[in-house]
Design a protein around this ligand. Structure first.
Ligand code: UD2
Length: 374
C-alpha cells in the first residue's frame, strides 16, 4: 500500500486531503503541530484510519524518521495570513520557506526516493490576475494599484497605454509572477525549492496553486484567515461583514473538497515538475459572498454587509483561475457550486462556537498601516 505523509494534515485543507486519500485506499500518516492560532487542542474531525504524529515540520529528527517511511510527501503545512505575514516576517519564512528547505535537505541527505512530492502553493504568487484591454485589443498584466488612487476610492485597473477600463480574464500559470506579500514570497519559495530539488533528483513534483479555498473546518476564530471564515464568524455573532474597497473586487472561491480531490489527482497523475491552478474558473465578488452567507445563515433581517472606508494595502483587485492545465494534466474540474459549498460551510459552522476576533485584528493591521483609509 502506498504510504503518504501529509504535513499539516490536521488543518483545514490538510484534513480534507487526508480523508480523500484514505478513501482512495492510501496508508496515511499526518504530522501536525496543532498550532494554537487555528486549533484549540485536537480537532474532532480527525480520520480514524490515518496515523497522527503531533510534532513540528521544522523538527529535523522527527521529519527524518517520518520521511524514511514515506512513498509520497504531500506538504500542506504552512503559516497562512497575508496581513500577518507582513509583521511576523521571520516566523513566516521559518515555517514556510525554511521548513520546506529542511524537508528537501533530508530527502537529499538521506537519499530518500519519493514516488511523488505534492506541495501546496498559492494564487498569491500571481499578484494581480490577468486582464484584457478592449480598446487596445491586448492582454494586460497590471501590477500594483497607485496608493493615491486607492485613497481616492479609484479601485479598478486602467490600461497602461490608453487609460481605458480593463476587463479581468482567467489567470493562467504562464502569467508573470508578482508576489506582493511575505506570505506570497514564502509560498513561491516552497514551490520553487520543491520543483528545483525535484528536477535535480528525479522526484516527480507537483505544485498546486490554490485559489480562495472555503468550506468546513476553516478556523472561525482566526481573524487572519480567508474571507468566508471571517464573514461566517461575523454573521454568527450578529455583526456585519466588513467589505474592504467597495466590495466589487472578485476572487475564485473553490470548495475545500474540490481541493482535496485535486490533491489525490496530483498524487496519482504521471507528471513531474508542474505548477497547476486549482480553482473553479468562475469569479465572484466579495459582496456576493457576504450576501450568500447572510442568506444561508437566515440573517437577512438582522445583518447586512457594511462598506468599510478602508482598504488592505497590497490587495489585488481581481484574480480567477484559468483551469485548462488542471483539466489536461489532472483531469480535474471543480464540481461544487458556490451555493452548495456555502451550504456545506454554514451547515458545519452552525455546529461550532465562533469567536469574532475581527475587530482586534483589524485595529492591529490598521495601526501598522496595513489597512488604510480611503
Ligand atoms: C490571500 C492569498 C491567497 C490565500 C488567502 C488565504 C494573495 C493575493 N492571496 O488571498 O493565496 O492564501 O489569502 O486567506 O495574497 N475582504 C473583505 N473583508 C474582510 C476580509 C477580506 O472585504 O473582512 C476582502 C479582501 O480585501 C479581498 C478578498 O476579501 O479583496 C479576499 O480576501 P482573503 O484574505 O480571503 O484572500 P486573498 O484574496 O487576499
Amino acid at each position: 500500500m502506498t504510504h503518504v505523509l501529509v504535513t499539516g494534515g490536521a488543518g483545514f485543507v490538510g484534513s480534507h486531503v487526508v480523508d480523500h486519500l484514505v478513501d482512495a485506499g492510501y496508508d496515511v500518516t499526518v504530522v501536525d503541530n496543532l498550532t494554537d492560532q487555528v486549533h484549540d487542542g485536537k480537532p474532532e474531525y480527525l480520520n480514524d484510519d490515518a496515523t497522527y504524529v503531533w510534532g513540528d515540520v521544522r523538527d529535523r529528527d522527527l521529519m527524518t524518521d517520518l520521511l524514511t517511511e514515506a512513498d509520497v510527501l504531500n506538504h500542506q503545512a504552512s503559516a497562512v495570513g497575508v496581513g500577518q505575514s507582513m509583521y511576523e516576517i521571520e516566523r513566516y519564512v521559518e515555517v514556510n520557506t525554511l521548513a520546506t528547505a529542511r524537508l528537501l535537505d533530508i530527502l537529499v541527505t538521506e537519499e530518500i526516493d519519493l514516488e511523488k512530492l505534492v506541495v501546496a502553493s498559492s494564487m498569491s504568487l500571481y499578484g494581480e490576475g490577468a486582464y484584457y484591454c478592449p480598446d487596445c485589443d491586448a492582454a494586460r498584466y497590471p501590477t500594483r494599484r497607485r496608493e493615491r488612487d486607492m485613497a481616492d476610492g479609484v479601485w479598478e485597473h486602467r490600461c497602461e497605454r490608453c487609460e481605458g477600463a480593463l476587463e479581468a480574464r482567467p489567470t493562467s500559470e504562464e502569467k508573470p509572477l508578482d508576489s506582493t506579500s511575505v506570505y506570497a514570497i514564502t509560498k513561491r519559495d516552497q514551490e520553487d525549492l520543491c520543483r528545483a530539488v525535484g528536477r535535480a533528483y528525479d522526484i516527480p513534483t507537483v505544485a498546486l496553486r490554490y485559489f480562495n479555498i472555503y468550506g468546513s473546518r476553516q478556523s472561525l476564530d482566526n481573524p487572519y484567515t480567508g474571507v468566508c471564515a471571517i464573514f461566517s464568524s461575523r454573521i454568527k455573532n450578529g455583526n456585519p461583514p466588513l467589505l474592504f474597497e467597495d466590495g466589487a473586487q472578485s476572487r475564485d472561491f473553490v470548495h475545500v473538497s474540490d481541493v482535496a480531490r485535486a490533491n489525490v489527482a496530483a498524487v496519482e497523475a504521471p507528471i513531474a515538475d508542474e505548477a497547476i491552478n486549482v480553482g473553479t474558473g468562475n469569479p465572484h465578488t466579495i459582496r456576493d459572498i457576504a450576501d450568500a452567507l447572510i442568506d444561508e445563515y437566515g440573517a437577512s433581517d438582522t445583518v447586512e454587509p457594511e462598506v468599510a472606508d478602508d482598504f488592505r494595502a497590497g490587495d489585488i483587485r481581481h484574480c480567477y483561475a484559468d483551469t485548462s492545465r488542471a483539466e489536461r494534466l489532472l483531469e480535474f474540474t471543480a464540481s461544487v457550486s458556490l451555493r452548495d459549498g456555502i451550504e456545506e460551510l454554514v451547515g458545519w459552522a452552525e455546529t461550532r462556537e465562533a469567536e469574532d476576533n475581527f475587530e482586534d485584528a483589524h485595529d492591529e493591521l490598521k495601526q501598522r498601516g496595513l489597512i488604510r483609509d480611503s
